[in-house]
Design a protein around this ligand. Structure first.
Ligand code: 5GP
Ligand code: ZN
Length: 120
């Protein structure tokens, strides 16, 4: 049974208890559009399990993280990012208060599309 937190908004999105614009789903990962995008393409990839942040990663999470990183380029193209090298994308994982993390469920931002962007 996957660990979830009943008070976590991203656990609720994964469970379908809160609406989201889904980009991708499999057994252990879920991806959806950011509600207030910083770039023309901006979606989040999250583990379905409630892992609070990068600072909470354990050795058993390595394969899952690798899968997120391998999935990101594929979904970026599907969502409209142009191919490398003219296009591309940016991956950001905010971690902790000073790292700018606002939601306490590990999430990988994938951003791309024509500039300028709101942030960055
Ligand atoms: P953080 O600052 O924690 O790295 O990023 C959290 C991100 O989650 C923000 O970019 C914010 O717009 C997004 N976000 C917060 N609440 C929701 C929500 O309810 N739905 C969606 N789709 N995105 C959200
Ligand atoms: Zn959660």
């Amino acid at each position: 049974m996957t660990h979830t937190d009943p008070d976590c908004i991203f656990c609720k999105i994964v469970a379908g208890q809160l609406p989201s614009k889904k980009v991708y789903e499999d057994d252990e990962l879920f991806a959806f559009h950011d509600i207030s995008p910083w770039a023309p393409v901006h979606f989040l990839i999250v583990p379905k399990a409630h892992i609070e942040s990068m600072a909470h990663l354990q050795p058993e999470h390595e394969a899952m993280l690798g899968r997120i990183m391998a999935l990101a380029p594929r979904l970026a193209l599907e969502q409209g990012c142009k191919p490398y090298p003219e296009g591309g994308f940016r991956i950001v994982v905010n971690t902790g208060a000073e790292g700018g993390q606002e939601v306490g469920h590990l999430h990988v931002h994938v951003m791309g599309g024509p500039r300028p962007w709101l942030k960055g």
